[in-house]
Design a protein around this ligand. Structure first.
Ligand SMILES: CC(C)(COP(=O)(O)OP(=O)(O)OC[C@H]1O[C@@H](n2cnc3c(N)ncnc32)[C@H](O)[C@@H]1OP(=O)(O)O)[C@@H](O)C(=O)NCCC(=O)NCCS
Length: 125
């Protein structure tokens, strides 16, 4: 397992109590949501317009995220289709008393570029 993040730091955000269950463990869905947002920013920047998430590959959570951790999400464009763009997304957690980051999960997201009418539109290579 790599001990360094891949890609560009796209989001840094604080895991808050509202993002956790009553035991203080952060919901996986919250992490996934941050990754989707980061991928959306990356795809929008690359495409220069509107994009939507169409799919993501399998995901497993390697490490927990705790309240007070800073979640760092990294993105990297790994494929360009006709109207779609594939982005590798990694989520890393940084504890409140440490600068060390630990990888939480990763996934490959696919976004589709849309025109103003909401129809798929070509992505420049
Ligand atoms: C994304 C969407 C516009 C694609 O519509 P569509 O009629 O399937 O369009 P197309 O068949 O032309 O496919 C467009 C691209 O999406 C890809 N695609 C479509 N369905 C896919 C799927 N289930 N999995 C992976 N890729 C898919 C196609 O491969 C194609 O990529 P390419 O042009 O690079 O080859 C449509 O499925 C949609 O609106 N989905 C909802 C998206 C959304 O709202 N996401 C947020 C959910 S809350």
């Amino acid at each position: 397992m790599s001990d360094q993040p891949h890609g560009n730091l796209t989001i840094r955000t604080l895991a808050m109590p509202a993002d956790s269950n009553p035991s203080g463990d952060i919901f996986g869905g919250w992490v996934l949501s941050q990754m989707d947002i980061a991928g959306g920013i990356c795809s929008r920047d690359r495409v220069g317009g509107r994009t939507v998430t169409v799919s993501l590959d399998r995901m497993s959570f390697i490490q927990p995220v705790k309240i007070g951790d800073v979640l760092c999400v990294y993105t990297e464009v790994v494929g360009i289709g006709n109207t779609s763009i594939e982005i590798h997304v990694e989520a890393w957690a940084q504890g409140d008393r440490s600068h060390t980051k630990i990888k939480v999960t990763e996934a490959k997201f696919k976004f589709v570029a849309l025109d103003d009418s909401g129809r798929p539109t070509p992505v420049s290579k």
